[in-house]
Design a protein around this ligand. Structure first.
Ligand code: MN
Length: 420
């Protein structure tokens, strides 16, 4: 087994951010504008300072101003060849074999910050957002509860990656405080709806990918080329109000039940960093149509977990799942999204849909964990939940592990506040 290269920046044991990760994000340090950054261990590195000191001059980048922008869109638009060259260059700069920057105390003091001294912001201007519904276990569970246990999956589900166009304006970065939404609810047994705060507030454990290349309206992304269009991934908490959803979602799908806050982990982990963790997806039966046939390993082995932390109490892990369970992979999702000629843009976000596994403790929402509110979810402090309470904090984490190499996403943290 190869010994992993180390950084001259300290990396705590089991950190999601070793030298081999080099994710991209946007940080704000006090008295400065937001800038692109990366993270090693618990240290963040302001890339604008590295640009100031000429550390990117050896790369073939015409316009260094993109290291000073408040979002990563222009950086991502450079294309994978260049963004990965930047990533490999940063790995070299921070490798313990290289003392260049380590010995430049002025640059170091201006560029490096402890993570707890900076704000990590939403890293993108997200133009469009799609939410897929690609976990067979999740779609089956919801179909059983919301519709008919005998035909839980609708006839189209195994033929196409079902999705809907969501709203990008309400996607925010980890650390968000989200008020319980209000809306129309149809209580059991009632014959007309009432208006009020959602009573069935839930999370959805998802991952999302970010597109790094645009297409022209009228063209499609072939499934075998889809990965060229995917820059990287984040964890995605798609908060959902189940009572609003149940009343509103027929016939056009979710609307206000899911656009009051979706919370992402703020470091975009590149597909290059995730490469060692490819794995085979579930067998697709019946065969998919030719435009959806994707060869090779298109799923990724990402361990996922969700904790609930009640106000003034400790956190309890209530779900452990894995991104590898997805029935439809990202290549198929993007091929399907564009097969009709729909164009995509740099910085668009595509969420997987709730990632439920086969075991009950791997279900990726409280709707499923409590089976529609019928079963109590036990917390470590003795309390129980069926859905989220005001004051609860939802913490999602994800990481890949192979031998000594751990590449992670950090956290998506959301605190639930009372309805306004
Ligand atoms: Mn969702």
């Amino acid at each position: 087994m190869s010994v992993l290269k180390k950084s001259w920046i300290a990396v705590p044991e089991n950190s999601d951010f070793p030298l081999q990760n080099i994710p991209f994000g946007i940080i704000k340090v006090p008295d400065s504008d937001p800038h692109p950054a990366t993270r090693i261990g618990d240290t963040v590195i302001d890339l604008s300072v590295l640009a100031d000191f000429g550390y990117f001059d050896s790369l073939d980048i015409d316009n260094l101003s993109l290291f000073y922008t408040p979002v990563l869109n222009d950086f991502i638009a450079l294309g994978k060849q260049t963004t990965n060259a930047v990533r490999l260059h940063l790995m070299k700069l921070f490798s313990e074999e290289n003392q260049d920057l380590e010995n430049n105390l002025e640059a170091r003091s201006l560029a490096l910050y402890p993570i707890d001294k900076v704000e990590v912001l939403l890293p993108l201007n997200i133009g469009d957002y799609t939410d897929f519904y690609s976990s067979r276990e999740h779609a089956t569970n919801v179909g059983k509860m919301f519709r008919d246990p005998e035909s839980a999956l609708l006839p189209n589900w195994k033929y196409l990656p079902v999705g809907y166009h969501g709203r990008s304006s309400s996607i925010v970065a980890s650390g968000a405080e989200i008020h319980r939404p209000k809306g129309q609810l149809m209580p059991n047994g009632a014959d007309q709806p009432i208006f009020g705060p959602s009573r069935l507030l839930d999370f959805e454990l998802e991952m999302a990918f970010v597109t790094g290349k645009e297409t022209k309206l009228g063209t499609s992304v072939p499934v075998e080329q889809a990965e060229d269009y995917i820059f990287g991934m984040v964890i995605f908490n798609d908060l959902s109000a189940r009572d609003i959803q149940k009343w509103e979602y027929v016939p056009l799908g979710p609307f206000l039940a899911k656009n009051f806050g979706s919370v992402i982990s703020p470091w975009i982990v590149t597909m290059e960093a995730l490469e060692p963790f490819r794995t085979q997806g579930p067998i697709q039966e019946p065969d998919v149509l030719p435009y959806l046939i994707a060869s090779g390993k298109r799923n990724f082995d990402v361990h996922l977990e969700v904790s609930i932390q009640p106000e003034n109490s400790s956190e309890s892990v209530i779900c452990r799942s894995n991104f590898k369970y997805m029935y439809w992979n990202m290549s198929q999702q993007l091929a399907h999204q564009t097969v009709n000629g729909c164009n995509i843009r740099v910085g668009d976000m595509y969420a997987s849909g709730t990632i439920s596994g086969p075991e009950p403790n791997s279900f990726g929402s409280m709707l499923e964990l409590s089976w529609g509110g019928k079963n109590l979810i036990q917390l470590s402090d003795g309390d129980t939940r069926t859905f989220l309470k005001d004051g609860d904090t939802v913490i999602m984490r994800g990481y890949c592990q192979k031998d000594d190499l751990r590449i992670g996403f950090g956290e998506s943290v959301t605190k639930i506040l009372p309805a306004l």
